[in-house]
Design a protein around this ligand. Structure first.
Ligand code: NDP
Length: 398
């Protein structure tokens, strides 16, 4: 009998909870815990599974987490709260002997900086405890790493360039909204760009490098070079890569709003005093922006996320390769009540936990997704709502 504990009941947590509920053959017992228990209760009610247990926890607090883990005794925790909570949850996992999975790497609250070093430092402790930690198991990071591992395993003798391309061609009808947690999203897209070339990291100004890229079933969209966390692990795990970059589409309206938000100081992450109360501007902004979880109902269009790779194929000849998934916002909403950005993150998190519980991705230590066998995960993507498509020897545009 396996028990999964989901921490976080936002957009992504909603999708994870729906997906694990659809697979009772793997997930026999489900607990959802978050800062606000009412949100967990509402989610359990929406799923309609009376066996789901809900609870509350402040996941910044290790002793509260330890009490929660002791009370429910889960086999694995799926952390879909915020990146700030990664380390406290990993600490509690070590203390209670619980396995771990997340979708975003640790970020300190007071510094908009994300890197794996903090979590990789737990490797020996998880190994000694006989526990598995699976890092970055959403779509990007997540499926982007699994796609790359699949390409390396089945198609390439040597990979030379990797471009992860992420397009959201959806329309939610709001002047400005972010597709996942606004605080995390704005911190991510306003920082400097960075990519890997010939063994070095090259820095750019935010949104300095951009070009139109053509996305399947969508067409050309202006795409901006950003730094994204999976580049750090992928260049380590696939050392033949000479260049690795990440691109994301943004509309002009979105970028204009973002520039204004930054220029007027609303993206600041340091506390300020307001009427005798300490507030962090970006956290205040989050409170007035649309909740990403509520965008689903009127969201039209689709996302398209994939990897474009070049190198030498298994047959020794030059090869270009594109693997991608398109996900429709409205269909995601009809199934789970959440839009495609939450859906494309939550489905892989549920699959990753399934990989662990079925013994396919069970290995004591702390690992990024591309370090496991991609095949069983790729099979589940097709079965669980994120089918993928491959194209060979095409113009990668990059
Ligand atoms: P939301 O803001 O919608 O949800 C976050 C949830 O975590 C909320 O239920 C929130 O509770 C809860 N939470 C926040 N702080 C705490 C805390 N201290 N203790 C307990 N619970 C807490 O975010 P999303 O669902 O959009 O995103 C979830 C995660 O997924 C983020 O880490 C994000 O970076 C990641 N992500 C990964 C992607 C990928 O492809 N890899 C893509 C998109 C997102 P409350 O409602 O009470 O505030």
């Amino acid at each position: 009998m396996s028990k999964v504990l989901i921490i976080g009941a936002g957009g992504v947590g909603t999708v994870v909870a729906h997906k694990v509920s659809q697979h009772p053959e793997v997930f026999q017992n489900i607990v959802i815990a978050s800062r606000t228990k009412e949100k967990c209760d509402a989610l359990a009610k929406a799923i309609g599974n009376p066996d789901i247990i809900t609870d509350s926890v402040d996941a910044d607090n290790v002793s509260e987490l330890v009490a929660l883990f002791k009370k429910h005794n889960p086999d694995i925790v799926i952390n879909v709260a915020l990146p700030y909570q990664d380390l406290p949850i990993m600490d509690a996992c070590l203390e209670c002997g619980v396995n771990y999975l997340d979708t975003a790497n640790y970020e300190p609250k007071d510094e908009a900086k994300f890197e794996y070093s903090w979590q990789w430092a737990y490797r020996d402790r998880f190994k000694e405890a006989g526990l598995t930690a699976i890092l970055g198991c959403g779509f990007d990071p997540g499926v982007s790493g699994v796609y790359t591992a699949y390409a390396a395993k089945h198609h390439f003798k040597e990979m030379h360039t990797l471009d992860i391309v992420d397009c959201n061609a959806g329309n939610h009808g709001k002047a400005f909204a972010t597709n996942f947690n606004p605080e995390i999203n704005i911190r991510e897209v306003t920082q400097k760009g960075k990519y890997y070339e010939n063994g070095k990291w090259i820095y750019t100004e935010p949104h300095e490098i951009h070009k139109p890229l053509t996305y399947p079933n969508i067409g050309a969209r202006e795409s901006y070079l950003l730094y994204h966390e999976e580049l750090e692990s992928l260049v380590k795990n696939f050392p033949t890569l000479r260049r690795a970059r990440f691109w994301m589409t943004f509309g002009q309206e979105y970028l204009t709003h973002l520039r204004v938000i930054q220029n007027i100081g609303m993206a600041r992450i340091d506390p300020i005093m307001y009427n005798g109360v300490e507030i962090v501007p970006i956290q205040f902004l989050k409170a007035v922006l649309p909740n990403p979880k509520d965008l689903g109902e009127n969201y039209e269009g689709e996302t398209s996320i994939g990897c474009r790779i070049s190198g030498i194929g298994k047959d020794g000849k030059p090869l270009t390769y594109y693997i991608y998934n398109n996900c429709n916002h409205h269909e995601a909403y009809l199934e789970t009540g959440a839009q495609a950005v939450s859906y494309t993150t939550g489905v892989p998190a549920a699959i990753g936990a399934m990989m662990f519980l079925t013994g396919k991705w069970k290995r004591p230590g702390v690992y990024n997704v591309e370090e496991f066998d991609p095949d069983p995960f790729m099979e589940k993507l097709n079965q669980m709502g994120l089918p993928w498509h491959e194209e060979f020897n095409i113009d990668l545009e990059l």
